[in-house]
Structures are given as C-alpha cells and as structure tokens.
Ligand binder design. Structure first.
Ligand SMILES: [Zn+2]
Length: 122
C-alpha cells in the first residue's frame, strides 16, 4: 500500500500533526489518524479506547472464529455498551451466558458463565 505524509489537525487540542496515511486518505481520515499520535490528554484517552475496542474485537474473533454472524452480534453489543447507549448487555448462546458492561475505569468487561444443571429422578 502506498502511503504519504499528511498534515492533520487534532480534534481535541487543535494541534497540527504530521501522520503517515494511505495515499488516497481523505482529510477526515487524516484527522482521525492524528488522534493516535497527538500527545494531548484527550487524544491519548481516545486512542486508548480505540485500542481496547480492537483488543476486545480480537477476543471475539477468536471466540467465534467460524461464526461471523455471532462476531457481528457481539461486536455490536460491545460498541453499544462502550458508547453508553445501553448500560449492560446479556446474551445467551446455548449453554453459555455472557454479560458485557463497562467498569468504572472505562474497561470493557465480558463475563462468561456456563450453565450447569444436574437433575436426578428416582
Ligand atoms: Zn491533541
């Protein structure tokens, strides 16, 4: 992929920063890339959030590696929880129960619990 050096503006502090981007990158894309390199506190925080989303999506990809539909469903749930559209999502996938929420330090929490039921009749 061909790249170029371009100048973008940080959405948080207004600082002009040079970034390496794909050759056809739009200004919007460039300004977006600036967030990952700007040194201001807000940009760092946003960049960290993005990194967490990337990590959690990697986890979901591994968990449901043969099932893109489930990946999409879980990713959607995670994004809605992370942007605070909803507080918590509970999903039941056959014998597994999932709970997705964001903790007070803004970390994405995924709890996974297997249902165990033992029944005996005499
Ligand atoms: Zn900045």
């Amino acid at each position: 992929m061909k790249t170029k050096l371009a100048q973008g503006t940080c959405r948080f502090c207004g600082q002009m920063v040079q970034v390496e981007v794909p050759e056809q990158a739009t200004q919007d894309y460039i300004d977006d890339a600036v967030i990952d390199v700007c040194n201001c506190k807000e940009a760092k925080k946003e960049s960290e959030k993005r990194q967490r989303l990337q990590n959690v999506k990697g986890y979901i990809r591994n968990l449901f590696d043969t099932d893109p539909e489930k990946q999409a469903l879980f990713n959607e749930a995670i994004e809605r929880v992370y942007d605070k559209t909803v507080r918590k999502v509970k999903l039941q996938d056959w014998e597994w129960n999932y709970e997705i929420k964001v903790d007070s330090d803004d970390y994405i929490y995924i709890g996974r619990m297997k249902q165990v039921k033992e029944e005996t009749t005499f």
